[in-house]
Design a protein around this ligand. Structure first.
Ligand SMILES: N[C@@H](CCC(=O)N[C@@H](CS)C(=O)NCC(=O)O)C(=O)O
Length: 207
């Protein structure tokens, strides 16, 4: 069975749990406590030299890491990837945006403020990520004023990638109330069949 090396509070890992659930793909979840540096031990580094979750181990032992690559691997050829090549490229565009212009501001602020257990230590870093996070939310809001979804007029893995940290942005002190179109999109994502919340471990065994 597919093994997902996972840290439950991580939005990057949540993207994969949500996708596998929506595609009805069974998997085993392996807890990796990144706060205890378990993703940096020798055994883990053999599977992902970059020392981060999510990491997926396939039935044949091959490993894949980076949430966007994992999303792409499982969603390729399914209803969650647009058929049109330009729409597929737009999907990738938004997934790259998520990784470079959204996650480094919004996800890190949430981690330092609400997950690290020592928010005071990160006060200056949190302040330094504020403008970038607001810029990302404004870009999303502008797109969503004219579009229901991020690519190809359909729910796709770009929506999953962007939903993961946007819906918990308040935990990084980003107020979402100025962005009504973005809030309507969050509700649309939430109402997709087989949607699960970020803290749902999908009933998979823990190790
Ligand atoms: N770009 C990577 C980011 C992965 C990442 O930063 N993972 C964090 C958890 S969200 C992690 O494993 N951190 C542990 C560490 O850096 O030691 C992805 O999208 O998968």
């Amino acid at each position: 069975m597919i093994r997902l090396h996972d840290f439950l509070p991580s939005g990057n890992c949540y993207k994969i749990r949500l996708l596998l659930k929506q595609l009805d793909i069974r998997f085993e979840r392996i807890d990796v406590d990144i706060l205890a540096a378990q993703s940096r031990d020798t055994e883990f580094l053999e599977k992902n030299p970059n020392g981060r979750v999510p990491l997926v181990e396939l039935d044949d032992g091959r490993c894949l890491w980076e949430s966007a690559a994992i999303l792409w691997y499982f969603a390729d050829g399914t209803r969650l990837v647009p058929g049109d090549s330009f729409a597929r490229a737009q999907m990738m565009q938004w997934m790259c945006f998520e990784q470079y212009s959204h996650e480094p501001y919004i996800a890190t602020s949430r981690f330092w403020l609400s997950e690290s257990g020592e928010p005071e230590k990160y006060e200056k870093k949190i302040a330094s990520r504020r403008a970038g996070g607001i810029a990302a939310l404004e870009i999303m809001q502008e797109h969503l004023l004219h579009n229901e979804w991020f690519a190809g007029n359909q729910y796709s893995i770009a929506d999953i990638a962007l939903y993961a940290y946007t819906h918990v942005a308040d935990k990084g002190n980003f107020d979402l109330s100025p962005y009504p179109a973005l809030n309507s999109w969050l509700a649309r994502v939430c109402s997709q069949p087989l949607h699960i919340p970020i803290d749902d471990d999908c009933g998979t065994p823990r190790q």
